[in-house]
Design a protein around this ligand. Structure first.
Ligand code: NDP
Length: 298
């Protein structure tokens, strides 16, 4: 039995980062513009701390101006709004990313709405969501953008393919579906109320899992020869009772990988598949924002 090709996204993520670094150098040399990214973290969620550190390091490595604003968990909403306003006005900053989730006392929608859409490098402002849905140039959420780069590299032209996206979040499921539609796929968006989810998934030439449920999508839900993009990142205890008792955990995706690789033609791993693409695309988005803000194409 031949196993699916595990898509190696490392080289692609590296290429996206290198392209961003090259454009940063060019913007500095030709226009005196240094793209700037501000990342804001409220609270001390360990996973968010890791993501924020990585975003800061990679933006600096790409030659960007990089700021990380670490605020205590009890920061008042007005204070966070004031910081967003300050970053909106700051000419050194072209991209603003407020790390989600925010503490419960802060209204996430209100914070996202306060970010200048031209600096919204996470692509979550309703203006960018609307532009994307209208097929107009938008800042596109980083994870969906990364998924599309992986799919194009793996499959080339996507026109006519049947795509099923499991998950309809504003962050992942919806924008991926919009991008697949723009690429002329025939798209189904499935969610928690979908009837016969396994049957719907089995129709997919391209199956994107963005659910947040460990290994929910089984091997026999997958059409033989399909391409499987596993966006999910779930932390679970080890099966090994000794490791589990020691409180050790590991990361798994939304797809039961061992079963799926026996059926699919291509599959992304977790960890190491879509995750690295997300940060690389954040750099690309920051360059795009810096160009557009300065009236250069992008
Ligand atoms: P959300 O919780 O916002 O959305 C989950 C979606 O899955 C919802 O639309 C929900 O449906 C659907 N869903 C939940 N349970 C089921 C079910 N049993 N059957 C079918 N559909 C179901 O999650 P996100 O979209 O933010 O994230 C999804 C996953 O992707 C998470 O594991 C997250 O950690 C990961 N992620 C990974 C990133 C990366 O860089 N690789 C970046 C961002 C997220 P309904 O709308 O009906 O409730």
């Amino acid at each position: 039995m031949s196993l699916a090709e595990v898509i190696d996204t490392k080289a692609l993520a590296q290429a996206v980062r290198a392209q961003a670094a090259g454009e940063v150098a060019q913007l500095k040399a030709e226009h005196g513009i240094q793209p700037g990214l501000a990342v804001v973290l409220v609270g001390e969620d360990p996973a968010s701390q890791v993501y924020v550190r990585s975003k800061g390091e990679q933006s600096r490595e790409a030659g960007m101006h990089s700021e990380t604003h670490l605020l205590p968990a009890d920061t008042a909403q007005e204070d966070l709004l004031a910081l967003v306003e300050q970053l909106n006005e700051d000419p050194k900053i072209h991209g603003i990313l407020v790390q989600m989730p925010l503490p419960r006392h802060i209204n996430e929608k209100m914070i996202l709405a306060a970010i200048d859409p031209n600096k919204d490098v996470d692509g979550l402002h309703v203006v960018n969501a609307g532009l994307l849905a209208s097929g107009m140039p938008a800042l596109i959420p980083c994870t969906p953008l990364g998924c599309m780069l992986v799919l194009r590299q793996t499959l080339g032209d996507l026109a006519g393919k049947r795509a099923v996206v499991v998950g309809r979040s504003v962050l992942v499921g919806r924008p991926i579906a919009q991008l697949l539609l723009q690429a002329d796929c025939t798209v189904t968006i499935a969610h928690s109320r979908t009837v016969d989810l396994p049957g719907v998934c089995r129709e997919a030439d391209i199956l994107v899992a963005a659910v947040g449920r460990p290994q929910m999508i089984k091997g026999d839900w997958i059409k033989p020869g399909a391409t499987v993009i596993d966006v999910g990142i779930n932390r679970v205890p080890f099966r090994d009772p000794v490791k589990a008792a020691a409180g050790k955990t590991k990361l798994v995706g939304d797809v039961a990988f061992k079963e799926a690789e026996k059926v699919a033609a291509y599959i992304t791993p977790v960890p190491g598949g879509i995750g690295p693409m997300t940060v690389a695309c954040l750099l690309a988005n920051t360059v795009t924002a810096a160009k557009r803000i300065n009236g250069l194409d992008g």
